[in-house]
Ligand binder design. Structure first.
Ligand code: CU
Length: 146
């Protein structure tokens, strides 16, 4: 019986390690408190790939917005421009920092009643079909313009 239990625990451990989404760790997830009358807001976080394989984020969604997109800023003729990324590759053991003027989550078509809560759940969807739900804190952030 003991041997069987040990085997079960080992097998469970192996199963967890091979589950893709658990290799992704999100820290300091923050969503800018929506400004009245604005349909969009932004989110920032640190996204770490703890695995030895590349992980590709293909989309994100949240109940508080019609769409959640991954955006980046690029320099175009000396002007900072926002671009939508169709996917984001986080290489093995890399941390992607979502921050002002760089990568960010864009919440489009906000449900203000929902988005004014203290936290917002965001579901990240990866290329292997796995999903991971991350809770973001809602905070007032003033310096970002959209
Ligand atoms: Cu944006």
């Amino acid at each position: 019986m003991n041997k069987f239990l040990t085997l079960l625990i080992v097998l469970t451990g192996l199963y967890c390690q091979s589950t893709f989404a658990l290799d992704i760790e999100v820290k300091n997830g923050v969503v800018r408190a929506p400004i009245p009358g604005m349909a969009n807001t932004v989110g920032y976080m640190e996204l770490t790939n703890n695995s030895n394989d590349n992980i590709i984020l293909t989309s994100a969604k949240s109940a508080v917005a019609d769409r959640v997109e991954v955006h980046d800023h690029i320099m175009n003729d000396g002007v900072m421009k926002m671009v939508k990324l169709d996917s984001l590759t986080i290489t093995a053991n890399e941390t992607k920092r979502f921050q002002t003027g760089g990568l960010h989550l864009m919440f489009i078509g906000l449900d203000h009643k929902e988005a004014m809560k203290k936290t917002i759940d965001v579901t990240f969807i990866f290329q292997d079909g796995s999903e991971q739900v991350v809770t973001f804190n809602v905070k007032s952030i003033h310096q970002h313009h959209h």
